[in-house]
Design a protein. Structure first.
Length: 341
């Protein structure tokens, strides 16, 4: 009986270290193209196939999905990663996490990074889409199966699973109007991110409908707690103080809550506040936050299910699947009804 080949045999024939072979087999970055080719040739010559590679030969799959996010430290990304990883594991897949660190150069080099380090991926989940940065056409040519989730840009050739951000913005505005507010403000998000623009669009359209839209109440925000804090300071120093504010994300709303605490600004007695996303910490905040539920757990779960169905041929690869989930209002303690005498 022929003795089974080992990693040492592969390394010796390929003329590389055992650690290089191990990195290749486990899809760990920093294996050069030249080294990869030599290892692959040695594996073939020695008939060395660990379980995952044998499976790959039979099914053209190693059960590995790439998840690309913008920043691992953003709270909503943490919740999204958890839901995606849990569902992937349930379906027998593992996740490779790639973060671009909100860096424009990394966004523009994403395809190069993925092809260089993660060439064996069965598919990609993109949660970092930002307009004018990602070359989606090139990504689609290189990776057959791609699903955008949570943060996307409109396309007619890539699947996505997102919440209806436009309707979510409308829900927030309608709620504040029903509570009797007439001076209603908004803290904006990043303008090159399509979903946050859609939230703002829906919100402003409702205000315009009721003739309550005042540009002076629209405050530049961003994405971080610090951005929300600074936006709150601008509101406090302004001659145009709204009685209610819609923060385009819960994180910005948390920043405003911090500023309100330090400045002695009472919520909701002096100002009502509504966020967007329904992060876990909303119910634990000093003033439990009213917010729009972006159904982040369901987004992650459905994105994985869709991608796996495409990978395994349960859905034809040419069949475009673009799923939009309905948001909902979660009423807590940060908003109050006001009366007009």
């Amino acid at each position: 009986m022929k003795q089974k080949s080992t990693i040492s045999d592969v390394a010796k024939l390929a003329g590389v270290s055992k650690s290089a072979v191990s990195k290749y087999l486990n899809n760990i970055p920093y294996v050069s193209d030249e080294t990869r080719k030599r290892i692959e040739q040695a594996i073939k010559e020695l008939d060395y196939y660990p379980n995952n590679f044998a499976r790959a030969l039979v099914h053209n799959s190693i059960k590995l999905i790439g998840l690309v996010i913008s920043n691992i430290h953003i709270m909503i990304n943490t919740e999204l990663i958890k839901s995606i990883e849990e569902e992937a594991n349930q379906l027998g897949y593992n996740i490779v996490l790639v973060t671009t660190n909100d860096n424009e150069a990394n966004d523009e080099r994403l395809l190069e990074i993925l092809k260089d380090r993660f060439q064996h991926l069965d598919g990609l989940i993109l949660a970092n889409a930002r307009e004018n940065r990602l070359n989606l056409e090139a990504l689609k040519r290189s990776f057959e199966h791609i699903v955008m989730v949570h943060r996307h840009v409109p396309t007619d050739f890539i699947d996505y699973v997102v919440v209806d951000n436009y309707t979510g913005g409308k829900l927030a505005a309608e709620y504040l109007v029903r509570l009797g507010h007439k001076q209603i403000g908004m803290i904006e998000g990043q303008k090159d991110i399509y979903p946050t623009r859609e939230r703002a669009r829906g919100f402003i359209e409702v205000l315009q409908k009721y003739e309550l839209y005042h540009p002076a109440y629209i405050i530049e925000g961003g994405k971080t707690l610090e951005d929300g804090y600074r936006a709150a300071e601008k509101i406090m120093l302004s001659n145009h103080k709204p009685t209610a504010i819609f923060a385009i994300s819960d994180v910005l709303a948390f920043g405003l809550l911090d500023a309100a605490r330090e400045y002695g600004w009472k919520i909701p007695e002096e100002i009502s506040l509504i966020g967007f996303d329904n992060l876990f910490f909303c119910k634990l905040a000093r003033v439990p936050l009213t917010t729009i539920d972006s159904r982040i757990k369901e987004l992650g779960t459905q994105a994985v299910q869709l991608l796996v169905q495409k990978i395994e041929g349960q859905i034809a690869k040419e069949t475009l699947q673009q799923v939009m989930l309905a948001p909902s209002l979660v009423s807590r303690e940060s908003c109050k009804e006001i009366s007009h005498q």
